[in-house]
Design a protein around this ligand. Structure first.
Ligand code: SAM
Length: 252
């Protein structure tokens, strides 16, 4: 595929921003080029034609957003913040759950603490939600998990799945995956004891971050914790959460 022109790059960035809140800068030119290149080759069209397709076709728009979003995650990522979970955290929202490693880590952590939570795991990406629901991961993804927990919560694959594990059914059933666009969707009508919204707002600009926090704040219980990623901060933003320590905020 030819390099995107400046005009095409800007139009793609506008679509990404309007649909997901993700702000792409010029340093993402190559990345965008590479990622949409795959879709464009598959459909056998040019960059301008592909633009007009995603403007009209919602399914292709979803595939495009899937292709450009960064879904990097892993089991027990930044698990120090899990210390803010306690037995009062029955209803957990893991917003931007990617392919499921984070909500399954939260589930197993709570079970080790002796209680079974209900976890809502949401993301904008259909392919990530599918992976989460399937709950099959390469064995090498388990390196952060203590051996006894692997035995307790994962089943080994056999035959052609020998190098994989699957999260056991009793863990899968407490994590419910649903599509949720932090930018566009209205929050569920439920109140959550704790909300994890980690390593996603880093891709948003200030007004989008503030709008997302306002939205999640509404469904966080009084005194509930709001957890963000280790490289993120809410400082300088207009919000009503109380800072507790890096990555940890509370609705007081
Ligand atoms: C880098 S991953 C973070 C995953 C996980 N929270 C973690 O900390 O490991 C960012 C996730 O945010 C999702 N995402 C991006 N924009 C979103 C939006 N507007 N609404 C919901 N999810 C979004 C992406 O699909 C991706 O799965």
């Amino acid at each position: 595929m030819k390099q995107l022109t400046k005009r095409q790059f800007k139009r793609y960035c506008d679509i990404v921003y309007n649909e997901s809140g993700i702000k792409l800068n010029e340093d993402k030119w190559q990345l965008l080029n590479a990622r949409i290149g795959k879709r464009i080759r598959k459909l056998g069209v040019q960059a301008d034609k592909y633009l007009s397709i995603i403007e009209k076709d919602h399914d292709e728009l979803n595939l495009f957003l899937d292709a450009i979003s960064t879904n990097h995650t892993y089991f027990f990522r930044e698990s120090k913040s899990f210390e803010f979970l306690d037995t009062s955290c029955r209803n957990i929202w893991c917003a931007a759950s990617s392919s499921g490693e984070e909500p399954y880590s939260l589930a197993t952590y709570c079970l080790e603490l002796g209680f079974e939570p209900s976890i809502l795991a949401t993301d904008i990406s259909d392919s990530c939600l599918d992976k989460g629901r399937r709950a099959i991961y390469p064995k090498k993804c388990l390196s952060n998990i203590p051996k006894h927990m692997i035995r307790r919560y994962f089943q080994k694959g056999t035959g052609k799945w020998e190098d994989h594990v699957r999260v056991k059914q009793n863990i899968r059933r407490i994590v419910k995956f649903e599509k949720f666009n932090l930018l566009k969707d209205s929050p569920p009508s439920k109140i959550f004891d704790i909300i994890f919204c980690r390593n996603v707002m880093i891709y948003f600009d200030i007004p989008t971050k503030e709008a997302v926090i306002r939205k999640l704040f509404k469904v966080l219980k009084q005194d509930g914790y709001f957890i963000i990623g280790g490289a993120e901060s809410l400082s300088g933003l207009n919000h009503s959460l109380k800072y507790i320590e890096p990555s940890i905020y509370r609705k007081i």
